[in-house]
Design a protein around this ligand. Structure first.
Ligand SMILES: [Fe+2]
Ligand SMILES: [Fe+2]
Length: 299
């Protein structure tokens, strides 16, 4: 059995002091927005309690699907790396970036450099290359980057033809290896699953890759919602699971902070996948188990 935990969108605060030149871009909107909304709704102690609850699950691996920071100021990157270290070392935690990690042009390159140990493929000694592949026992983790700076008031993601082609190639090769393939992607690759200004551009390319080559599980963030969707695969539906923000204080219009625990077992005919959702339902409360789902997936 392999135990995998998924969390997303910690949007780590507080924001560092920013200079006027730092904010001479789309960042000024994010800076105002953060002080107006997230500073109140997203509290650090909740996030540390979430990390504690995640560690108590004794996962073999943890997936973090982006939006670690808010406006991708250089001074946000190092605290985000230290946050990842509280979850585990780079070998045991896989990260893909989100739109907030790529808030302005050039930001995502700095972020991926700062968090490189968490985004490197098994055979990529240099800067992360997308999609990365990591093998951990029966698990193959495929990390897709949708992070690209977008215009003010936009929160779109983007998947290029090249990345989608590589994704299909890697999904095919990993199926031949008989591994349980988990795709990590910040933006949900499902049409209509977000507002138009938050959508994934090139999402149809991801859907085509999964339709042709399959995957056993797709994990995403971005919506801050606990969603259970599906993509068509060659041998049936592929679960597509979204998770609330890891730092959302409960009681607001978005669901309180949560994470999902997946237990993956190889069977005679394929896989059994069990998911337990854990969520903060009350301020100051613990992370309660809110849902359990079991899937039987073909090999
Ligand atoms: Fe987010
Ligand atoms: Fe996002």
């Amino acid at each position: 059995m392999v135990r995998l935990v998924h969390l997303s969108d910690p949007h780590l605060g507080p924001l560092p002091q920013a200079s006027v030149s730092d904010l001479a871009s789309k960042r000024i909107l994010g800076y105002i927005n953060w002080h107006r909304n997230r500073a109140i709704a997203m509290r650090g102690d909740l996030l540390s309690r979430l990390v504690e609850a995640v560690r108590a699950e004794e996962p073999d691996h943890v997936a973090v699907t982006g939006d670690l920071v808010n406006i991708a100021l250089p001074a946000e990157l190092e605290p985000a790396r230290r946050f990842l270290e509280t979850i585990g070392p780079g070998a045991d935690v896989s990260v893909v970036p989100g739109n907030h990690d790529a808030y302005v042009p050039g930001a995502v390159a700095k972020a991926t450099e700062a968090w490189r140990a968490y985004m490197q493929g098994d055979h990529d000694p240099g800067a992360p290359s997308w999609p990365f592949v990591r093998r951990r026992g029966d698990l193959a983790i495929i990390g897709v980057s949708t992070a690209r700076a977008s215009a003010p008031f936009m929160a779109t993601g983007h998947v290029s033809v090249r990345q989608a082609t590589l994704l299909a190639d890697k999904l095919r090769a990993l199926r031949h290896e008989g591994l349980f393939r988990v795709v990590l992607i910040h933006h949900p690759p499902i049409r209509g699953s977000t507002d138009w200004h938050k959508r994934l551009i090139g999402g149809s390319r991801v859907r085509a890759a999964v339709r042709a080559e399959g995957a056993e599980l797709v994990l995403h963030g971005h919506t801050h919602l606990a969603t259970r969707l599906e993509l068509d695969g060659p041998h049936g539906a592929v679960p597509v699971i979204g998770v609330p923000s890891a730092s959302q204080e409960p009681g607001g219009h978005l669901p309180g902070a949560g994470f999902n625990v997946f237990e993956i077992d190889r069977t005679n005919r394929g896989w059994q996948l069990m998911m337990r959702a854990r969520q903060a339902l009350h301020p100051g409360g613990s992370f309660e188990e809110t849902e359990e789902i079991v899937w039987t997936l073909p090999a």
